[in-house]
Design a binder for this molecule. Structure first.
Ligand code: SF4
Length: 257
């Protein structure tokens, strides 16, 4: 399906479309109004908000068009942010590289950093159970993180780290071509969709990511569900919602071809 047709399908379903944040200093889409000719009193400039770091894309990190093996090798040798200094190993991604479902989390934790695989340990086991609950197996989906290296002490990823790593994830998504993406947890969802909207307001809606309009749904991180088991019911609702949206998207795609 062409990007235009995908966008049309998504628009017909009332989907919010998210695109990458523009680079600081990038030319705005709408030209600025010409400066007024009238002289005005000079005042001290108000403090300007600090723009978010520009997210990399596959081209800017040199992985545009790369296939899996060279992409993984590039990530393994990456030194684009300070996390390369403290990682044990990079955590690239795992699963079916042509999966219909792609799950994207935040960043590796201690277990993942040791083993080189995303979502291992107790949170990983719960994610695997969640995947099984919707009739899939872990090896039939693709799992990756926004960051490929562990933030020390499991602190939240910094915006500049996310920005530097973004191009790798972008290329992974292009290669998988998932029919649906599940953003796992607030940090993954907000970074993926480049938004500050709280998780509660991102849930229960279909979002579209980037120029290709990848369909994204949002749910809780399994580590949060381990701490708050009463929320598991909502995570189950999210997965049912994702399955329903996927069925609608595939029906719309079939009708369009
Ligand atoms: S987190 Fe990403 S950008 Fe930073 S060093 Fe690791 S692979 Fe490179």
């Amino acid at each position: 399906m062409t990007p235009q047709r995908r966008q049309a399908c998504l628009a017909a379903l009332g989907v919010d479309v998210y695109v990458r944040r523009p680079a600081p200093g990038a030319t705005p889409a709408v030209p600025a109004a010409p400066a007024a000719a009238t002289a005005v009193p000079v005042r001290a400039a108000a403090p300007q908000p600090v723009p978010p770091p520009a997210a990399t894309d596959a081209t800017s990190v040199g992985v545009a068009g790369l296939e899996w093996e060279p992409l993984e090798a590039t990530v393994a040798g990456c030194t684009r942010c300070v996390l390369c200094q403290t990682r044990t190993r990079t955590v690239f991604g795992t699963g079916d590289r042509r999966a219909r479902w792609m799950f994207i989390g935040e960043a590796p934790g201690a277990d993942e950093d040791r083993q080189g695989e995303p979502f291992v340990g107790r949170a990983g086991q719960l994610l695997t159970s969640m995947i099984r609950a919707i009739g899939l197996r872990r090896e039939n989906v693709y799992i990756a993180n926004v960051l490929k290296c562990r933030p020390p002490g499991n602190r939240d990823p910094k915006p500049e780290e996310v920005a530097q790593c973004r191009g790798y994830l972008e290329r992974q998504i292009e290669l998988v071509e998932p029919s649906i993406v599940v953003a796992v947890g607030r940090i993954a969802a907000q970074n993926l969709l480049a938004t500050d909207v709280p998780l509660a307001r991102l849930r229960g809606r279909l979002h579209a990511l980037g120029d290709r309009g990848w369909p994204v749904v949002v749910t809780y991180h399994p580590a949060y569900l381990l701490r708050s088991p009463g929320e598991k019911r909502k995570a189950w609702q999210d997965l049912l919602f994702a399955r329903q949206q996927l069925a609608q998207l595939e029906a719309a795609r079939s009708a369009a071809t």
